[in-house]
Design a protein around this ligand. Sequence first.
Ligand code: FAD
Length: 437
Amino acid sequence: PDAIVIGGGLGGLLSAAQLLQRNKRVIVLERLPHCGGRFTAKTFQGVQVSTGAVHMVPFGSSGVLAGMLRRLRVPHRFFDADVFGSFHVHGQQYRARGLLGVFKFLGPRQFFWFTRVGYLMFFRPLPARESHLPFDLWLQRHIDVKRNPQLVAFFERISRFALSLELSQVSAAEVVRTTKNMLRYGAPAIVDGGCAALTGQLERHISQQGGEIRLSCEVLQILQDEGHVTGVRVRDKLSGKEEVLVAPLVVSDIGPRATNALLDNRKITQAEVLKSKAAKEEEADLALHEAVGLKVHVLSDVSLIPHKGIMYCLDTQRIAGIVQPTNSDPRLAPPGKHLIISHQVIQSNNVEEERALALADLRRLFGEAFDKHCQVLTMGTYRGEWPVNRLAQGEDVLPVTSTPGLYLVGDAVKPSGYLMVEGVAQSVNQFLDLLDL
Ligand code: FAD
């Protein structure tokens, strides 16, 4: 082949499709028996239970991913949200059609400060001395946080839901850039058929264009000669057979940590990452940190969210936001049922406690309806080698590596201002710019 792609996640599949469009011969190597990585789903009790994403694309049908799929001619359909969102606060849900809908729950005084913050974020250049400030400190500089609790919660919950980060973990400049992009591109969308439909279409497209996808094929080592990448050593997980594949271009969709390990002929395990994270925390070394989360899939007999957008939860202990993707595509759950997915940042290493707090939040939000009409299908944590984001927003690396011919794509390579899968798509654009094909 002309190019080898390590990992059949969204970043790997988009890269392969782009290279095929440029007449390159491409092989995608995926160690699992299926493609899609954290952007696919398994059918469980008739529900599309996703491996990661909540079936949502941040910038919707006008976003970077949508544009790339259109140019690649990959069939897809996105249902854009019909509202800015709703907000669960003061024990009830407030629906906000547009951004100004927040007046309903902020009231006049906090709304005044909301518009002031908006002005400071969008209508004047961010002074250099403010751009690296963590967003929580930036807010403290401009508003009295004690007197504006719902306004602070508004920013905090959006950051937790969209970036899986606390406001102390993301800079003011990053929040400003990301929010500007959200407003520029438009509302988020639910993918028709869910995550699996999208990566499934990409997979079919790659095969139709003559690309090869090898499943259950693990890359064990990235090979180099005189400092230039030459190929990879792989193992077929079904037959156990090892093989060397040669190519002058290797694109890695598995993040910098695992890629570096493969260059050293090593393998990263989940247990190893979690252990080294714990050790790192003691040393207060936050060097390479991923965004971690906990997601709950709930099946309900009754509809709990009356729109296609996100319900941000301002009066919860953990859950930051919830979507009901069956409002956009009812086929994501059995007929007459509703799929509800909640997302939160994990704030401690005590997973049992995090799960208990998620359940307590769901009861607090939906009251009796939760116990009477809802069934919790799955409750999973996303961290280590299967995180929400391999590198936290704003801490991403560049696609170019110190080994010529070896490039990185995926959610550790998100350019500033491009979150989640929009960042994944934009990482592929960046890599293509470097190749200049
Ligand atoms: P991955 O999907 O991780 O792909 C990497 C692939 O490489 C995997 O398939 C893996 O099996 C394979 N691989 C690893 N090592 C090897 C090896 N040695 N050899 C061969 N193959 C290998 N994003 C959104 O836009 N919207 C959302 O609603 C959303 N919600 C999320 C909720 C949760 C709980 C999580 C976890 C993530 C969410 N995300 C969301 C983020 C989104 O899922 C990821 O950004 C995106 O899927 C990352 O794609 P990727 O290609 O970079 O990586």
